[in-house]
Design a protein around this ligand. Structure first.
Ligand SMILES: O=C(CO)[C@@H](O)[C@H](O)COP(=O)(O)O
Length: 224
């Protein structure tokens, strides 16, 4: 059976804090308490050409909200910081396969810290790069824009990448989340779910027009 024809899986929504108003972080977190996870984008200005925020903001978000903190490390050599992010309140840590020569060890280290381990890759990186660790992760993230900035357009070829990863995860009988991040909107969300995604990250489409509660409601309607 193809992923498109398979029984629907429960879908998690993970609003990306990158698009929120940082001067009102607590309120912006409360506004998404009906979501499943909060997505926390950490950018180092080296692995990606932008700097977002780091440990103190994650720690503040942790104090302000009981939501699962899904931390995406767009950081060179992320293994240097895993313990710090775990201590600051991460529940899940996702690392880029391009950012470390030791992806398998890095995934193991995340699990040894008692956190959910995720792996991701840029849109230009062949999917085969993550295949050796698929059986060892709790989450695979398909970047559907080049990481570094919010508000970009979804790259259409990402749909085929979701389908392929869905097939590979199913072949392993893996319960790992298949997450998509970048240009996700209430208009294109269904296509991703039909391709096999189980977790959608959205920044501007949640925190944009009408505020986060209205944004979440648009996704709920679209995924009914
Ligand atoms: O990791 C990233 C960007 O690098 C994303 O999480 C963006 O924050 C998603 O933003 P939108 O495309 O939904 O505005």
């Amino acid at each position: 059976m193809t992923a498109d024809a398979a029984a629907p899986r429960p879908v998690k929504l993970a609003p990306s804090l990158l698009a929120c108003d940082f001067s009102r972080l607590g309120d912006e977190l409360r506004a998404i308490e009906g979501a499943d996870w909060a997505h926390v984008d950490v950018m180092d200005g080296s692995f990606v050409p932008n700097i977002s925020f780091g440990l103190p903001i994650l720690a503040a978000a942790r104090r302000a909200s009981p939501l699962f903190m899904d931390v995406h490390l767009m950081v060179d050599r992320p293994e240097r910081y895993l313990r710090d992010f775990a201590d600051a309140g991460a529940d899940g840590l996702t690392v880029h396969v391009e950012a470390t020569p030791h992806i398998h060890r890095t995934v193991q280290q995340i699990r040894e810290l008692g956190k959910r381990a995720g792996v991701t890759l840029n849109p230009g990186t062949p999917l085969e790069a993550v295949r050796p660790v698929l059986a060892d992760v709790d989450l695979v993230l398909v970047m559907s824009v080049n990481p570094g900035f919010g508000g970009q357009k979804f790259i259409p070829a990402s749909l085929e990448r979701i389908r392929t990863l869905r097939r590979w995860l199913d072949e392993l009988d893996s319960p790992a989340e298949l997450q998509v991040d970048g240009g996700v909107t209430s208009q294109n969300a269904r296509a991703m779910v039909h391709a096999g995604a189980t977790c959608l990250v959205a920044g501007s489409a949640v925190y944009g027009e009408g505020g986060a509660q209205a944004g979440l409601e648009r996704f709920r309607e679209a995924l009914k």
